[in-house]
Design a protein around this ligand. Structure first.
Ligand SMILES: *[C@@H]1O[C@H](CO)[C@@H](O)[C@H](O)[C@H]1NC(C)=O
Ligand SMILES: *[C@@H]1O[C@H](CO)[C@@H](O)[C@H](O)[C@H]1NC(C)=O
Ligand SMILES: *[C@@H]1O[C@H](CO)[C@@H](O)[C@H](O)[C@H]1NC(C)=O
Ligand SMILES: *[C@@H]1O[C@H](CO)[C@@H](O)[C@H](O)[C@H]1NC(C)=O
Ligand SMILES: *[C@@H]1O[C@H](CO)[C@@H](O)[C@H](O)[C@H]1NC(C)=O
Length: 336
């Protein structure tokens, strides 16, 4: 018996196995796609507004304080919402790294393109680097969409950035019906998002809504090697409260000033999604509603880019941590 003959049956089994796995993944995905989306959840914890009811919340915030930074200022502070006194449908705040100029350009030219119902701004800290600062000043003048704070832009300063975003919305854009917090390596299907807000939620807004990819019973990372390592001094409990993955969080407008008030008072914790959509959301008593299938997973991304939009069903967000090329590729596969 030659090597070749002995190998052959193994290869066949392997192929069959592969076909089975792909088939199962497809079925699993198909049934997931049919699962109820956010607005069809049983006993929703949020309510939708109609033309005659609103959700007013008094803003209780010290403007030049950001958590424990007592001399906070906005280095750049645009007000794109001023022209829309009745309130935009949606304002999108995008956490961005000062040096990620290319990401911001791609977003401006794809899903973040300015339309009348939606404005996008980028949240930045201070890079403490003269040449990058110069570029950001310029970018801010040209595009008017940079919200920059006077704290150091650093990994462990993410919570300052997120809370600065809430502060900016609460002071500069309080009438936007919905607020999306996202990152600069994400794709948003902005067409589907607007359709979803107007048709499945309400064009008048909602009350008590935080929707996202919900994470439950997540373990606190203690390993030295983890990017997310947290010492018992920083966070004593072994598990985090229920929270939202930070790369795509949709807030209804009423939630923003309430979260801001609590975030300003609680001790600083650097993992922003855990802190704001976990601890702070718990304090204001707002539930986190899963977006479930409106977020694409990797399998649906391949289906979308290979077979087209009909193969994946409706979605609003791509997966996190995308390269610039992948953002463009997914965007180009979305029907307009
Ligand atoms: C607003 O009014 C609609 C009916 O127009 C009602 O269904 C909804 O529950 C109300 N929402 C709140 C927050 O009161
Ligand atoms: C803010 O205050 C801190 C210490 O209180 C100081 O080190 C820092 O330089 C101040 N920043 C600005 C922009 O004034
Ligand atoms: C500032 O940023 C530029 C571009 O990223 C880099 O080449 C330079 O070394 C940085 N300067 C300092 C002082 O870190
Ligand atoms: C400022 O932006 C303009 C327009 O994008 C560009 O032409 C110019 O080179 C930029 N200048 C600097 C210093 O980055
Ligand atoms: C976060 O920002 C504050 C204020 O600018 C700064 O003092 C601190 O060093 C920053 N943290 C990190 C980890 O850079």
């Amino acid at each position: 018996m030659t090597e070749y003959q002995r190998d052959k049956p193994d290869m066949l089994t392997l192929h069959k196995l592969l076909i089975c796995i792909v088939g199962l993944m497809f079925l699993y995905d198909y049934y997931n796609t049919k699962a109820p989306v956010v607005v069809r959840v049983k006993n929703p914890k949020f309510s939708l507004l109609g033309p005659y009811n609103t959700s007013e919340y008094l803003l209780d915030d010290v403007y030049d304080q950001l958590i424990d930074i007592k001399n906070f200022t906005f280095k750049t502070n645009p007000h794109p919402c001023m022209e829309y006194p009745a309130g935009l449908l949606l304002v999108i705040i995008v956490s961005s790294k000062p040096s990620n100029y290319k990401n911001r350009m791609v977003i401006r030219n794809t899903w973040g393109r300015s339309v009348d119902s939606t404005k996008v701004v980028f949240l930045l800290g201070d890079p403490y680097n003269e040449s990058i600062s110069q570029k950001i000043q310029n970018e801010s003048l040209v595009y008017g969409d940079v919200v920059q704070g006077n704290f150091a832009d650093a990994y462990r300063n993410m919570t300052y950035k997120h809370v600065m975003g809430l502060k900016w919305v609460a002071h500069r854009c309080p009438n936007a019906k919905y607020v999306l917090k996202t990152d600069d390596d994400i794709v948003v299907n902005s067409y589907e998002l607007r359709r979803f807000l107007v048709k499945e939620l309400s064009p008048w807004g909602a009350k008590g809504l935080i929707t996202c990819q919900v994470l439950e019973h997540a373990e606190v990372q203690r390993s030295q090697r983890s990017k997310w390592r947290v010492s018992p001094i920083e966070y004593a409990a072994p598990y985090y409260p229920t929270y939202c993955a930070g790369w795509a969080i949709l807030y209804s407008r009423d939630v923003v000033p309430q979260l801001l008030t609590v975030a300003q008072r609680l001790p600083y914790f650097w993992i922003d999604d855990v802190h704001i959509t976990g601890a702070c959301a718990q304090q204001i008593g707002v539930a986190r509603t899963p977006l479930s299938t409106l977020i694409l997973n990797q399998l649906r991304v391949s289906l979308l880019t290979k077979l087209g939009p009909k193969s994946v069903g409706p979605f609003i967000f791509g997966p996190p941590d995308l390269s610039i090329d992948k953002i463009k590729k997914i965007w180009n596969a979305i029907p307009q």
